[in-house]
Write a protein that binds this ligand. Structure first.
Ligand SMILES: [Zn+2]
Length: 61
């Protein structure tokens, strides 16, 4: 579960005052990521381990 008002990029922790944020709904929680880090989510989600639940299992290969 995302914390309330924790609207920052998963990866770089910048908020929506600094960068546009894209909402991710995942495992019943809401997460945010900035456009700069969407490629990380797409291409190397294991880098998000510890930031997103089970990120290490998202690797598409
Ligand atoms: Zn970011």
């Amino acid at each position: 579960m995302g914390k309330e008002n924790d609207k920052v990029c998963l990866f770089c922790k910048r908020d929506d005052e600094t960068v546009p944020l894209v909402q991710l709904d995942y495992k019943g929680g809401s997460y945010w990521i900035c456009p700069q880090h969407i490629p990380v989510l797409i291409h190397d989600p294991s880098q998000l381990a510890g930031m997103l639940p089970d990120a290490e299992n998202l690797q598409a290969g």
